[in-house]
Design a protein around this ligand. Structure first.
Ligand code: SF4
Length: 397
């Protein structure tokens, strides 16, 4: 299981798999082929189906076009076997003849894999890779999940997470200030600022709920506008964790270091899912993006509110379980409808899961690890029209 730095990546929206990943692949290919006169990039499967709305071509051209002309070939009906987000880069000579090529896969959360390149074992820094094993470790050592993270990550993890938190907070605050219409054919107006203002007119739980929605909308709208956000675990689902943590910090005055510890736990939940299933909407649908973000936020909230390791596991389990089967069918291929509202709903659900688990001793029937396995199987059973191809469901309205 890899570092939680792989879960929290600071960058620009709107899509980790369709924007950040392809940009990374283009950068790697250009580094290997600085001599190329021109480039041809073939996008396959989901990358081709929703690439225009997700600005995949723009991300690639931004990197390659200063070195030479770029031709983008779209093959939405063709899926390569390893992953639905595939892209082939070709370096072309002066006469337009291919001189070399490489295939990359964008496997979710901005992570890329090059075909034929073995994954290095040294990247895998955690000896335990399931929640039940780590919960057992917590029981034996009397410590919590965040301490397991701090024990295995590099020494700079606190600073890294502090920077993550600074960027998450920045995304909330920028999103509350920015107004207007989001880019793309939907002409969707930003809503965060008005939710924020209206929520202040209410009292108690209505106010708290309105503020939570405003924070989640703020970050997801920043993402949709191509602003700076942090994947958690992806761009499309980047509003859930910051909204919950921002809300709890405002309400209970948690210190930044307490938030950093909560982020460590949230990151661990995301890393467990990434290692045992997937956080890619193109691979398993939105249950792997917003569903996992909800589980991460529920675990973080549970820790902040004093939950035991068993209650934290229960909160995460419940949050993911009740997103099982959730499809990915973004309208016009944009990370806007249903994505933005869905982040607000998941933030509320994460706090519900935390409260629900808090009323118990943490004992429950279905484990988080079992739900992760079911999520993977459910995702693979879903037809591809519900996995970031914009060919089915809401995308057809
Ligand atoms: S529906 Fe979910 S998985 Fe699909 S693009 Fe939107 S946030 Fe990502």
């Amino acid at each position: 299981m890899k570092s939680i730095k792989d879960i929290f990546v600071i960058g620009k929206g709107p899509s980790s798999s369709h924007t950040m990943g392809p940009k990374k692949a283009a950068t790697a290919f250009l580094k290997d082929h600085p001599e190329a006169a021109a480039f041809r990039v073939t996008l396959y499967g989901s990358l081709a189906a929703t690439g225009k709305g997700h600005l995949t071509n723009v991300a690639i051209e931004e990197v390659l076009s200063p070195s030479g002309p770029v031709e983008i070939v779209w093959r939405p009906q063709e899926f390569l076997p390893f992953h639905p987000n595939a892209m082939k880069f070709e370096a072309l000579g002066a006469e337009g003849e291919p001189t070399d090529s490489a295939t990359y896969y964008s496997i979710g959360g901005g992570t890329i894999v090059r075909e034929g390149e073995a994954q290095s074992d040294s990247d895998h820094i955690y000896p335990l890779t399931t929640m039940s094993e780590i919960m057992e470790w917590c029981g034996k050592t009397g410590r919590s999940y965040w301490e397991y993270v701090f024990e295995h990550e590099e020494k700079d993890i606190k600073e890294y997470l502090m920077n993550v938190w600074g960027n998450m907070r920045g995304a909330v605050e920028n999103g509350l200030t920015n107004e207007g219409v989001l880019p793309g054919a939907l002409n969707l107006r930003r809503k965060a600022a008005s939710y924020f203002v209206r929520s202040r007119g209410y009292k108690d739980s209505l106010r708290t709920q309105g503020l939570l929605f405003a924070y989640a909308l703020a970050v997801s709208e920043e993402n949709a506008a191509g602003g700076t956000i942090v994947t958690a675990p992806t761009c499309g689902s980047c509003g859930v964790v910051p909204a919950v943590l921002y809300q709890l910090q405002q309400e209970y005055e948690f210190s930044d270091i307490q938030i950093v510890r909560a982020l460590a736990t949230a990151g661990l939940v995301g890393a467990i899912v990434k290692a045992n299933a997937s956080v890619s909407g193109a691979e398993v649908g939105c249950q792997g993006e917003v569903g996992v973000a909800c589980a991460m936020a529920a675990a973080a909230a549970s820790q902040l509110m004093g939950g035991s390791p068993a209650q934290i596991e229960y909160a995460a389990e419940m949050a993911l379980e009740h997103h099982l089967g959730m499809t990915c069918d973004p309208m016009c291929g944009l990370v806007q409808i249903p994505c933005i509202e869905r982040n607000a709903m998941a933030a509320a659900r994460a706090l519900d899961a935390q409260i629900y688990a808090f009323y118990t001793d943490g004992k429950h029937r279905v484990s988080f690890d079992s739900v992760v396995k079911v999520m993977k199987k459910t995702g693979h059973d879903l037809p591809s029209l519900y996995k970031e191809t914009s060919e089915g469901g809401l995308a057809t309205l």
